[in-house]
Ligand binder design. Structure first.
Ligand SMILES: [Fe+2]
Length: 264
């Protein structure tokens, strides 16, 4: 059995800088790290699936690294549309958190006992929506062809609509190429993204597909055609993926570590 915690869209800024003047993303991440460290079963890995930093400055990556280094579990980081590859590589590159070569896309495979974790780089720098170029697709194909071990794919941009028009407009821009590639390989057991700042579950390309919430602000759940994107401070959280015998069960974990009371 493998357990993978997933956090997403931490949007870390510098001390004293609140998003929208109200959202203390660093404090929200701290609550989340405490909760993960208090889990009764320690995850084998934590995947931070993009939008680690809010503006992509080197200082923001240094700040989030201090907090992620508090995790009692190994972690790895992936880029989202708010991230920039160069400063991310500078902060994390070459360590277990970002095991990539000197240049290029920030994608890599991590071997767990029952599972290969494939972290896919969907960042299209300068654009909010995601993209998978031929180089990244070739890499994924090679990874899936190299091993028949069950694999789970993590990517920042969801390849499917969640129903919130403003987010669907900036999802993965070419999901068809990914579904075609996955159809060639029968051993992917699921995929999970971030980006939407809400927990969402569906089936896509015949696979279980999740979207991880943010530990900080959530996107307002409004599917109206012409509704502008809005944010809320409803309780944030993370996902805990349990993989056993090639089957995925994803738990949504919200809020701070709760008080636990045994049944009488
Ligand atoms: Fe985000």
């Amino acid at each position: 059995m493998n357990l993978i915690a997933q956090i997403s869209d931490t949007h870390i800024r510098l001390p004293g800088q609140l998003i929208e003047g109200k959202i203390d993303t660093f404090a929200c991440l701290s609550v989340c790290v405490d909760r993960i460290n208090a889990l009764p079963q320690k995850p084998d890995l934590l995947v931070a699936s993009g939008d680690l930093a809010d503006t992509g400055s080197a200082e923001e990556y240094r700040r989030i690294k201090t907090e992620l280094d508090r995790l009692a579990v190994p972690y790895c980081v992936m880029p989202g549309n708010h991230d920039l590859r160069a400063p991310m590589r500078e902060a994390f590159g070459g360590s277990a958190a970002l095991p990539v070569a000197e240049s290029g896309h920030l994608q890599y495979a991590i071997e767990l006992e029952e599972l290969r974790v494939l972290c896919l780089d969907t960042l299209d720098e300068g654009n909010e929506g995601g993209w998978l170029c031929i180089d990244r697709l070739d890499w994924l194909h090679d990874q899936l062809a190299a091993s028949r071990k069950p694999a789970m794919i993590f990517l920042h941009h969801p390849p499917f609509d969640c129903g919130i028009p403003g987010m669907d407009a900036i999802k993965l821009g070419n999901p068809g190429v990914l579904s075609e590639l996955l159809a060639e390989h029968g051993h992917v057991i699921g995929l999970s993204s971030g980006h939407v700042h809400r927990s969402v579950f569906t089936q896509w390309a015949g696979l279980p597909a999740c979207i991880c919430p943010s530990p900080a602000h959530q996107i307002h759940l409004d599917m109206g055609e012409n509704t502008p994107l809005s944010w809320t401070l409803e309780t944030g959280g993370f996902l805990l993926h349990r993989v056993k015998d090639g089957m995925l069960a994803a738990h949504v974990v919200n809020g701070p570590t709760p008080e636990i009371t045994k049944y009488n």
